[in-house]
Design a protein around this ligand. Sequence first.
Ligand code: DC
Length: 216
Amino acid sequence: MIVTIDGPAGTGKSTVARQLADRLGFEFLNTGAMYRAVALACLRRGVDPAADAAADAVAAQLSIRFAHHRLLLNDEDVTEAIRQPEVSHAASQVAAIPAVRARLVELQRGAAEGIDLVTEGRDQGTVVFPEAECKFFLTASPEERALRRQRELAEQGQDIQLEEILQQQTERDDRDLNRTVAPLKPAIDAEILDTSHMPLAEVLDHLERRVRAVRP
Ligand code: DC
């Protein structure tokens, strides 16, 4: 069984997806981390992450895999490295390249074969797993999403102004929403959930109930 969770950054998607997978005993796939891995490899090699052919040539040479919730890029653990702000920016650039997307979509489908999976991203319900039995699309107001991001960064010791976070977030949202391939949008059969005023446990309870109604 496949459960898809899509939506913009800052909606609590990753945390919800990981914990929902734990509750259900399913595997968990964080597809944003895969775009981040390609972006990191481009930056390290001095390749422009917005240059279609060059970025795809980098992607073609990579081994990207997850082990125990860590992301391994050519067997190096890059779980923390891919969270840097410059990688976030570059990830939204490589994610707009059709050839890179085609490559990662293939990896994602391969990873789902024969297992029960909760997968999160932007296009999981629309493009990658259109046949998924349970689809969710999480939203939250831009201010609430930026606030959550600010708190997360503060926990890592980084003190960033809210305006700066909002500005970068708007820029990335625009790119994700307006790209020609697999733009960020809910699948027609996805349940849309505004998490602005919902505590994490409430979101999780709701999603778990929905999934168990399909697969008791
Ligand atoms: O969820 P995230 O912030 O880690 O995602 C990083 C970038 O990758 C972001 O710009 C959206 C993009 N992305 C995508 O286009 N498709 C996905 N399935 C997952 C992420």
